[in-house]
Design a protein around this ligand. Structure first.
Ligand code: GTP
Ligand code: MG
Length: 501
């Protein structure tokens, strides 16, 4: 039997999107070019100083020692002098500290209806929803969904790179990702795309689809990164098929309805004679036998596939979120109370917004950036295009000698094939690649960004119903008394499947 090639060993690049560089450039030379109007943005508590320093050390060592981009730190409380001093000592770029005003931080219901708010939060704790019982977590998700881009330190930027405490970078980034994104007309970049826990966002998708409908949003190709399209057939009667889960069920249901359609055709044309089977099916349907039950998780034939870009790493344009359409979407979400009645994360919200407002070609997979946050990590194989490491003039040397030596020894590129994209990556010894996990959505990303992909078509229901009645009538002309024995053959189905819209 053929062994499936793990996702991490498959190529992902296409004309629509590929890594900006496979392997290393000379970062000292790259750093001669002008910078973008960009900064790192970190929301953190004073108590997270160690984790913040650890992230800074990693990102400065692997990227910012050459590029010296500024850092912006935000907090709902005032940063302590200790926090500020230690952070300043660790960074090679300018540093700014900002406080998030209370009106931006707190969920309006905390003031307007405190009992409703606290009961909703407590109840999520009872139901074991991850972080659901923590008011601060809800505030954080709402802030990153609706307000981080409006903070006075962030709003003047064109680009932000979101960083969290306690993250690690495994590869050197030897080019300027902001400038590359500008050059390639990209607006948002990610390193990890995974599935969300459904119980944190049970009504987010439904609310988003309602928003898109209300505003007549023409959904672009990237919408299919997040939405399972359950539409099998389109036509006058398609609402009667919303309960079918696959094509087999569709053909079975259609077959069952054909005698009914024949009865309807007969009543329309007043032809002589109707077969007894059609009359019986008609009578059954009149008695309620034809009711369709639509499963609760479906909305308008669409269902959330739970995929989202993991937003603890994001490189994005601030104006994506500063746009009127994104603000309107956020306020629509806010009005539905999902930021506290459910535990909507900023990651699925950002992703669904991208799905509504961007083409997939405007989104970039930084497959070459090795990254860890909590227990999930992505670490690419190295490309054959490697170069020796050379230090940036403003490097702050946050690491010990031992740690510096560790990063000088990087993984060998795979010897058999050139599938690597990384520059001087060193993956952890016990590395578990997220691309190869069942919760990853990267194979969907790869399939969707394939240049040869042909968009799915729906069956032309009106035409198919009518052709199927013709087949039934042809059968009846030979077996007038045996209508109940008629069935669509495999060949019939093959022929009918040609009719698409
Ligand atoms: N200032 C401040 N920052 C917060 C608060 N809650 C979360 N954050 C920050 O918001 C970001 C996301 O919070 P995390 O608790 O790491 O959430 P998470 O990444 O989903 O969860 P983990 O998997 O536990 O890391 C981090 O940068 C935190 O430092 C808060 O109450 N105040
Ligand atoms: Mg975190």
């Amino acid at each position: 039997m053929l062994k499936a090639v793990p996702m991490s060993e498959r190529p992902v690049g296409s004309r629509m999107d590929s890594v900006f560089e496979s392997g290393c450039r000379d970062p000292l030379e790259e750093a001669q070019k002008p910078r973008a109007n960009a900064a790192f943005v970190v929301l953190a508590r004073n108590s997270e100083l160690d984790g913040v320093l650890s992230s800074i050390r990693s990102l400065e060592r692997h990227f910012n020692q050459w590029f010296n981009y500024p850092w912006i730190f935000l907090n709902d409380e005032v940063f302590t002098d200790e926090f500020k001093d230690e952070v300043k000592a660790a960074t090679s770029g300018k540093v700014r500290f900002g406080t998030v005003p209370a009106v931006r931080w707190h969920v309006p219901a905390e003031n307007d209806d405190p009992l409703f708010f606290s009961e909703a939060i407590e109840e999520q704790g009872d139901r074991g929803i991850m972080y659901g019982s923590m008011p601060a977590y809800h505030r954080m998700c709402r802030f990153y969904s609706g307000y981080f881009f409006d903070h006075y330190l962030v709003r003047k930027l064109d680009w932000y790179w979101r960083v969290e405490p306690d993250v690690d970078f495994f590869c050197d980034i030897t080019y300027d990702p902001f400038k590359e994104m500008e050059a390639h007309n990209k607006k948002y970049g990610f390193t990890i795309m995974i599935k969300e826990l459904i119980n944190t966002v049970p009504n987010l998708f439904r609310t988003t689809v309602a928003y898109a409908k209300k505003n007549d949003i023409k959904l672009p190709d990237s919408w299919s990164l997040f939405s399972k399209d359950l539409e099998i057939a389109r036509g006058t009667n398609d609402h009667l098929y919303r309960d079918v889960k696959d094509k087999d069920q569709f053909w079975k249901k259609l077959q069952g309805r054909v005698p009914l359609y024949r009865a309807m055709r007969w009543s329309d044309t007043n032809e002589d004679g109707i077969d007894s089977h059609s009359l019986k099916v008609l009578a059954d349907y009149t008695n309620g036998g034809g009711l369709t039950n639509v499963p609760a998780d479906r909305f308008d034939n669409l269902e959330y596939n739970l995929c989202h870009f993991w937003s603890n790493f994001e490189i994005g344009r601030t104006d994506l979120f500063q746009s009127k359409q994104y603000r309107d979407y956020f306020h629509f979400l806010e009005e539905s109370n999902g930021f506290f009645v459910e535990r909507w994360g900023d990651a699925p919200i950002h992703s669904l917004a991208l799905g509504m407002f961007l083409n997939q070609s405007e989104i970039h997979y930084f497959r070459d950036i090795g990254y860890r946050h909590s227990t999930l990590e992505h670490c690419p194989a190295n490309s054959i295009n490697q170069r020796p490491y050379s230090e940036g003039p403003r490097y702050r040397h946050g690491y010990s000698k031992q740690e510096e030596d560790y990063w000088l020894k990087f993984d060998s590129p795979p010897s058999d094939k050139d599938i690597g994209t990384g520059c001087r990556c060193r993956c952890p010894d016990d590395h578990q690649e997220i691309e190869n996990s069942g919760s990853s959505c990267v194979s969907l990303w790869a399939m969707m960004s394939d240049d040869e992909r042909t968009p799915k078509k729906a069956l032309d229901l009106d035409r198919i119903e009518s052709e199927a009645v013709n087949l039934y009538e042809k059968y009846l002309s030979k077996h007038p008394e045996n209508g109940e024995e008629w069935a669509l053959s495999g060949d019939d189905i093959k022929r009918l499947e040609q009719f698409t819209v």
